[in-house]
Design a protein around this ligand. Structure first.
Ligand SMILES: NC(=O)c1ccc[n+]([C@@H]2O[C@H](COP(=O)([O-])OP(=O)(O)OC[C@H]3O[C@@H](n4cnc5c(N)ncnc54)[C@H](OP(=O)(O)O)[C@@H]3O)[C@@H](O)[C@H]2O)c1
Length: 356
């Protein structure tokens, strides 16, 4: 029996509780959240972090608070107190992965984060195994359900951006302020985590260029559809001899590419390696049930004593964005195709799209 303490009883935390309650391998013994949750949680609610962390009965901490500062405190204290940690929090993982893995090794516990990228898609674990026997060349993924939902509604149903955002908010796929999703910031964190696992290097989020879809409009969509392509916001990670490239940007994708079939709130990731030729993972990238399922995958691996022994993250690496290729640059009402643009040319445009 694995005794669990859950931090954060929101969308994901509630899903985790439901799955733990129906699984005899686990026992939820405490939940950290605000005092207002007492009605729902009764005696499970504990509002002191230290009381939970110092509880010798707790084997594993599941962190679903979000943000970085409090989560960092909780995760660090838990690992140092000999607790396994499972988290869905891409923000804190993308910033502190090196430290978390090294604390987990030092205190002989597990640190697992499958739910932090791709929601319910089992991705981090298979990628961690593949990178040990294969040479991974490229990871290309649609890793943000909000932006993909909005792009799908605009391209398939002819909606304008504002209505597509409203619909995404009504369905619970978009936050009140969707800027971080539309600008690709969420995908920066996820790209960082995937690239760190494969390269075993520390990467700063700030070094990863991102070009979002905030300025997309029906005219741009019309141009891309006229070319027989679909626009997708893509995280493109290339492991090259001359350095690691990560770029988040809209791609004009051909119908033959499996990523063109990833619609609405779904995520899709393609991993291209020397031996395992393109593998495509598809699933729901967010939401209560998919995300909680990924957390349970981690908990079960810990319980069955098959957690993945992630290698140490070593030195810091500076990302060298590969901007080679043909891009469509939209500025005011003009459209220009540019081969191998400079970073400045891309930043100066209202909207850019890489041609596949
Ligand atoms: N939702 C998804 O589909 C999804 C998918 C993948 C990953 N994730 C990640 O999973 C994490 C949790 O997401 P979520 O959607 O479940 O968030 P959420 O619904 O906002 O839940 C977070 C919970 O933690 C509580 N909390 C935060 N700060 C607190 C504090 N200082 N003291 C006490 N309680 C505090 C919140 O209470 P208040 O609301 O009162 O602040 C809330 O109940 C995030 O890192 C997110 O990025 C989410």
């Amino acid at each position: 029996m694995n005794n669990i303490a859950l931090f954060g009883y929101g969308t994901v935390g509630k899903g985790v509780r439901e799955l733990i309650d129906r699984n005899p391998l686990f026992h939820l013994i405490s939940v950290f959240d605000r005092k207002e949750k007492e009605k729902e949680l009764g005696s499970l609610l504990i509002t002191s972090i230290d009381e939970i962390i110092n509880d010798k009965e707790v084997d594993t901490v599941v962190e679903c608070l979000g943000g970085d500062s409090l989560s960092y405190e909780v995760i660090k204290k838990a690992l140092k107190n000999g607790k396994n940690v499972v988290t869905s929090n891409k923000e804190t993982v993308s910033i502190h992965l090196k430290e978390y893995l090294s604390l987990a090794e030092e205190y002989r516990v597990s640190f697992e984060f499958e739910a932090s990228v791709g929601g319910g898609i089992p991705l981090i674990y298979p990628l961690s195994i593949q990178k040990d026997f294969d040479e991974i060349y490229e990871i290309k993924g649609i890793l943000n359900g909000t932006s993909n939902f909005i792009l799908t509604k605009m391209q398939d149903d002819g909606m304008n951006k504002e209505d597509a955002i409203l619909l995404a908010q009504e369905k619970g796929f978009a936050e009140k302020d969707p800027t971080a999703d539309l600008e690709g910031l969420d995908m920066v964190r996820k790209g960082n985590i995937l690239a760190s696992i494969v390269s075993k290097k520390e990467i700063d989020n700030i070094d990863i260029p991102h070009f979002g879809i905030s300025n997309i409009n029906p005219q741009i969509i019309k141009e891309i559809l006229r070319l027989g392509k679909t626009i997708k916001l893509v995280t493109d990670i290339k492991f090259q001899n001359d350095g690691l490239s990560i770029v988040i940007c809209p791609f004009a994708i051909s119908p033959e590419n499996p990523l063109s079939t990833i619609k609405n709130e779904y995520n899709g990731v393609m991993i291209d390696g020397e031996y395992q030729e393109p593998l495509t993972f598809i699933g729901k990238g967010a939401g209560k049930n998919p995300t909680a399922s990924a957390i349970l995958q981690d908990l079960i691996r810990i319980e069955k004593k098959i957690p993945y022994p992630y290698q140490k993250i070593t030195e810091k690496i500076k990302v060298k964005p590969d901007l080679k290729g043909t891009y469509l640059l939209f500025k005011a009402d003009t459209l220009k195709a540019v081969n191998n643009p400079t970073f400045k040319q891309l930043k100066d445009a209202d909207f850019i799209c890489k041609m596949e």
